[in-house]
Design a protein around this ligand. Sequence first.
Ligand code: BV8
Ligand code: ZN
Length: 238
Amino acid sequence: MVSINSSSRVVILTGAGVSAESGVRTFRDNDGLWEDHRVEDVATPHAWVNDQRLVWRFYQERRRQLLSVDPNPGHLAIAKLEQYLGESFTLITQNVDDLHERGGSKNVIHMHGELAKLRCEMCNHVGVYQGQNHYDREFIPCSDCGHETLRPHIVWFGEIPFEMAKIQEAVSTCEVFISIGTSGHVYPAAGLIEIAKSNAARCIGVNLEPPLNARYFDEFFQGKAGEILPQLVQKWIS
Ligand code: BV8
Ligand code: ZN
């Protein structure tokens, strides 16, 4: 059993599985399809150029869903660990929902962007556009430069994830790396555990089923994050 004390340098990487018990569909659910489209085909710059209305609808639907889901005990446990560890804790998420923040996490690195935010491709304005009044609109113009439509502030396939330097730094210097609710399909996120491992970090996995990069785990807890994390965090901080 990996021991964690209040000065341990801990990195957590989460994926869609940590939001599953809140009712947010994971990517592997429904065989990774949305309205018969493969997510990998909708979440791309190419799709945004070719069928902007389809991509906009895909994101507006998922943004609207944020109104009807709540953080689950897994999110709350991660926030509790952050409170205990303070500065020596880093939370990196692949998720674009705001459930970590609503569960009490203060510093969240959204390496794949955030559903709540939209970005202007002309002037790089980024703003939070949440709320029913925004979710029903067919395209939203840029409030700064007037460009006719903002894009989702999301990292699409083929685009470079955000804050990679900060992520590399945290993952290369951590003592414990915990991967929660991610299938290990998507890179570079799925490769972060290899960097941690090569720097002698203890690696822990919490997942409903063994992910593709399970071979890197020193410890693996199979099951639901919402059930396992509260017990694990309680043990670590007591
Ligand atoms: C990059 C935002 C270059 C979008 C996302 C061919 C062409 C083009 C690119 C590639 C290619 N081949 C490979 C690539 C690279 C590509 C990639 O990895 N593709 C995959 C499909 C093979 N990656 C990229 O394009 C990335 N960019 O490579 O740029 C570069 C990079 C670095 C430096 C220089 C250049 C960008 C990838 C980001 C894409 N955007 N999200 C949106 O949300 O709309 S990815 C998206 O999918 C998520 O963010 C997440 O990362 C991924 C889904 O993964 P998971 O979160 O793991 O979800 P999943 O459903 O898969 O798994 C859930 C797990 O939870 C399961 O294991 C399940 O068992 C478990 N679970 C379920 N319930 C629970 C649970 N566990 C615990 N408790 C539960 N209750
Ligand atoms: Zn603009």
